[in-house]
Design a protein around this ligand. Structure first.
Ligand SMILES: C[S@@+](CC[C@H](N)C(=O)[O-])C[C@H]1O[C@@H](n2cnc3c(N)ncnc32)[C@H](O)[C@@H]1O
Length: 236
């Protein structure tokens, strides 16, 4: 049974600020990048972003969303598995990229998220491209057959090494493993840090080490927002 505490993990209230935490990218630079993103505006996106801000729910946000969309388009991804879909914000970007024949398999442990995601994605005319399953993402993954163009990991951070290990063998050559929050608000590079859930930083560190030491993948971390790792399965 997973315990999701990602919303707390992203909180930066004065009492919780960890003085050693780092913004991976200077906030002024991110603000500039965001100022370029106007053409991607859609009422459904702005609604989802407003709900995330109000409830402190950790969606990937506009810049990472655009990045996911670009990556999926670049490799003509049509079959995508999401570990930890929340209420469908990242799925919006993948579904948009996957095209009318694409399928995004979403998973989340919270049944309320399924209903919300389905409503949002319907309003964006994307619901036909999405299958949303409620339960432990790892279990649903094992029950789902075949290879994927993209496996995307945004689940509880303690699950990261396990999810990488399960997903890497199910990505087609030339396909991508993508995971969010791999810089964990700078904790991965801090000598001293206060973690939100004990062990999550160590788990992310192990996850990142495993990926970069895997000779079957070419990998890179885009430091936007909280760090997104992209690992491409080699074709030869
Ligand atoms: C960071 S949020 C996902 C946000 C989403 N990717 C987005 O950007 O819109 C993580 C979500 O994953 C779910 N979750 C965490 N670990 C999970 C697991 N092992 N299996 C299923 N759901 C999980 C939580 O309920 C939460 O809604």
């Amino acid at each position: 049974m997973f315990v999701y505490r990602g919303a707390i993990a992203n909180m930066q209230s004065p009492t919780m600020v960890n003085p050693t935490l780092l913004d991976p990218v200077n906030p002024a630079i991110e603000k500039y990048m965001r100022s370029l993103a106007g053409p991607t505006d859609h009422p459904v996106l702005t609604d989802m972003e407003a709900v995330a801000a109000k409830n402190n729910f950790p969606i990937v946000g506009r810049l990472v969303g655009m990045f996911l969309h670009t990556l999926a388009k670049t490799i003509n991804a049509e079959r995508i598995f999401e570990f930890g879909s929340g209420y469908g914000y990242s799925a919006y970007w993948f579904a948009k990229a996957a095209g009318p024949n694409g399928r995004v398999i979403c998973t989340d442990g919270d049944p309320l998220n399924k209903g919300k995601a389905e409503q949002y994605l319907k309003s964006a005319n994307l619901s036909e491209r999405v299958d949303f399953h409620v339960g432990m993402a790892q279990d649903i993954f094992l029950q789902t057959e075949g290879l994927f163009d993209i496996c995307y990991n945004d689940a509880d951070k303690g699950d990261y090494p396990q999810i990488w290990q399960m997903a890497k063998g199910r990505i087609r050559p030339g396909g991508l493993y993508i995971a969010d929050n791999v810089l964990w608000h700078g904790r991965v590079a801090a000598e001293h840090y206060v973690d939100i859930v004990p062990g999550w930083t160590e788990s992310i560190l192990e996850h990142n080490r495993l990926i970069f030491n895997d000779s079957e993948f070419d990998s890179f971390i885009n430091p936007t927002r909280d760090g997104v790792v992209v690992a491409r399965k080699k074709t030869e």
